[in-house]
Design a protein around this ligand. Structure first.
Ligand SMILES: *Cc1c(COP(=O)(O)O)cnc(C)c1O
Length: 233
């Protein structure tokens, strides 16, 4: 295993949102989406609170975490000081973590199965908190990835909205790692449109410009803001 770290071209040795913001603006301009609001979610998984605070002080409001447990250990303190921060769950959610997740997050990007929809619906009722949700689509139909299959998405969205009364705002995907993401982003956009869903959560550090050109409304960017994590080699 090499100890050489992956260095993102937008990351210049300290946490920063400057270059990412500039790239977002450029991508919006190129794709004629200058007036659209595109939400930048700073993905802070595995990042220590002091680095997160640096980014909050630069004006960043939306943050993403992929594990409920980690979010619980880092965010309540920060949220006390900065109550305007919005927290997004972008990783898989186990049903036994739903109560904690609903208590700390504002948006869930990973609603991916019937059982989870039912448990979430119950918890929304009980807690009187109704989080906005994205349905995660396994857009490349990869066996190791979670998400609803493209062919089953329409029916699943319908179930979540009609039966469970979950506020579904859009679709989320993570395209296959070593392929051109563009056709997958375009496909997700098409599925969202035929279901009258407005939001598309797609695009990460390596491909958010492409995602913006294909309709992303929320992008999830980690390493281009915070630098390489220790899960990247
Ligand atoms: C980690 C993660 C991201 C951010 O990845 P980067 O490549 O660091 O930008 C985005 N979305 C999900 C679901 C993730 O798990």
């Amino acid at each position: 295993m090499s100890s050489k770290k992956v260095q993102h071209h937008l990351y210049k040795n300290k946490p920063s949102i400057d270059l990412v913001q500039k790239s977002i603006q450029a991508a919006k301009k190129l794709s004629g989406r200058e007036l659209d609001e595109i939400k930048l979610i700073a993905v802070s998984k595995k990042i220590e609170p002091n680095k997160i605070l640096e980014i909050i002080k630069l004006g960043q409001k939306d943050f993403g975490e992929n594990r409920v447990q980690e979010a619980l250990s880092k965010w309540p303190n920060i949220q006390k000081k900065f109550p305007h921060i919005k927290l997004h769950l972008i990783g898989p959610l186990q049903t036994n973590k739903v109560r904690d997740a609903v208590s700390i997050f504002d948006t869930i990007h990973s609603l991916d199965r019937l059982k989870l929809a039912e448990v979430l619906a119950k918890e929304f009722k009980k807690s009187n908190r109704r989080l906005k949700c994205f349905v995660q689509v396994n857009i490349g139909e990869e066996t190791q990835k979670s998400g609803v299959l493209p062919a089953e998405t329409d029916e699943f969205v319908e179930f979540c909205i009609r039966e469970c009364k979950i506020p579904i705002i859009g679709l989320m995907c993570i395209p296959p790692a070593n392929e051109d993401p563009a056709p997958f982003f375009a496909f997700l956009n098409e599925i969202a449109r035929r279901n009258s869903l407005h939001d598309l959560s797609m695009g990460m550090s390596r491909d958010f410009e492409t995602a913006i050109s294909l309709g992303a409304t929320q992008i999830r960017v980690g390493s281009a803001i915070f630098g390489p994590r220790n899960d990247m080699r």
